[in-house]
Design a protein. Structure first.
Length: 403
């Protein structure tokens, strides 16, 4: 079988392994920090440092993608992530891990992780073109792989942590990133690089400003990230802690992942008939799921809400990648994706801070209502904004085959 026919499996396999490693290390690293230092505050400090580092790295990554090619940046990012994670093993075996080492290596990993995912998004159009597969289908496969990795990574990490020393589990995540680099390097797309002056420094942002769909995507990414991180990081753990069932937190997150897997598997089929209907249905499902979750009643209703939310995200999530692949010129695609991803990274900590203020009185119910109202407004904007219809209109020729 030729590498061209294997382009999609290699691409999806590399992306899935990369995300698997990244999602697993989000479980393993805090556990390792706690096992080493015994300090929850240290785990929070390391997570904050990594989150801050990811913002400028995402911006710089977009420029590197446009300068050196998406596949090249994706491969280097995975090798960098594997090196940073493997560094934990080396330091542990030599001088011993400490908070400064955790910060340095955690930041190093974050610097590579998000640009790597951005690079894979930028590759989508070329993979679709070289393989003869529709952009919609590749985007659906990509989202399915994302959902599988999001489900399997933390689950397997948790299982391995129950049987092995945390530093041994670190080796599994490093191997995943290294394997992702190998698969991505085999994807038969040109690691296309553009001259430094191919587009002016402001051209990507200018394109976003004058394109209604891209403006809508940028604002949606920012607003959605104000709402959803507090749900995952504050309200969900707080609810299960309040009812004395912390073990059910992982099951609820798994329900979301299962829903996302189902939604992304359906995406390619339903979007081929009507992208607009798929997008609106996804937004509606996400909204219904959030309001189910906002009831904060036991496990079943909350888990049902998470399942429906996942289904909605699986249906509307791939739309962004499809639009970028079809409509954004290749020489600025990395920077455009960098701006879109960076807006979400910036908004996440802001949303957590705002929700922390809401929760000062300890009323999770109030926080859930605020989250529900906030998401409903965000979904209404996403569906009714001038850029929404442009975002969901199919085109005859994709950006990946222009010129």
């Amino acid at each position: 079988m030729s590498r061209i026919r294997l382009a999609v499996p290699l691409y999806i396999g590399g992306a899935s392994l990369s995300l698997f490693g990244n999602s697993a290390i989000t479980i393993v690293l805090p556990w390792l920090v706690l096992a080493t230092t015994g300090s929850l505050a240290s785990a929070g400090l390391i997570a904050a440092a990594a989150g801050i580092a990811a913002v400028p790295a995402t911006f710089a990554g977009g420029r590197l993608i446009d300068r050196f090619g998406a596949r090249n940046v994706a491969v280097v990012s995975d090798l960098g992530s594997a090196t940073a994670v493997f560094g934990l093993i080396v330091v542990s075996a030599t001088v011993g891990l400490s908070v400064p080492w955790f910060v340095v290596l955690g930041v190093a990993g974050a610097v590579f992780d998000v640009p790597g995912m951005t690079a894979r998004q930028a590759m989508l159009a070329d993979v679709a073109s070289i393989s003869g597969t529709s952009v919609t289908a590749v985007a659906g496969f990509f989202q399915t792989g994302f959902s599988l990795a999001f489900l399997a990574g933390p689950a397997l990490a948790g299982l391995l942590l129950s049987m092995l020393d945390p530093i041994d589990v670190v080796a599994v995540t490093a191997a995943s990133s290294a394997a992702a680099a190998v698969l991505t390097a085999l994807v038969p797309v040109v690691g296309q690089a553009f001259a430094a002056g191919a587009a002016g420094s402001g051209s990507a942002l200018d394109l976003i400003r004058r394109t209604p769909a891209l403006r809508a995507m940028l604002l949606f990414a920012f607003l959605a990230s104000l709402v959803t991180p507090p749900m995952i990081s504050l309200l969900l753990p707080g609810h299960f802690n309040e009812i004395g069932e912390p073990g059910q937190l992982g099951l609820a997150m798994s329900a979301y992942a299962v829903g996302a897997l189902a939604g992304s598997a359906l995406f390619a089929f339903v979007a081929a008939r009507s992208r607009r209907a798929t997008f609106v249905t996804g937004m509606a499902a996400m909204t219904i799921g959030i309001w189910l979750f906002a009831q904060l009643q036991g496990f079943l209703i909350v888990a049902a809400g998470m399942l429906v939310m996942g289904l909605g995200s699986g249906l509307f999530g791939p739309i962004w990648n499809v639009y970028v692949a079809e409509q954004v010129p290749a020489d600025v695609r990395g920077r455009v994706l960098g701006w879109l991803n960076m807006s979400g990274l910036v908004a996440g900590p802001m949303g957590l801070g705002l929700m922390s203020v809401v929760l000062l009185g300890g009323d999770l119910g109030l926080g859930a209502v605020v989250m529900g109202v906030g998401w409903t407004a965000v979904a209404a904007y996403a569906v009714l904004s001038p850029g929404a219809r442009e975002l969901t209109e199919p085109v005859q020729h994709s950006a990946g085959v222009d010129g």
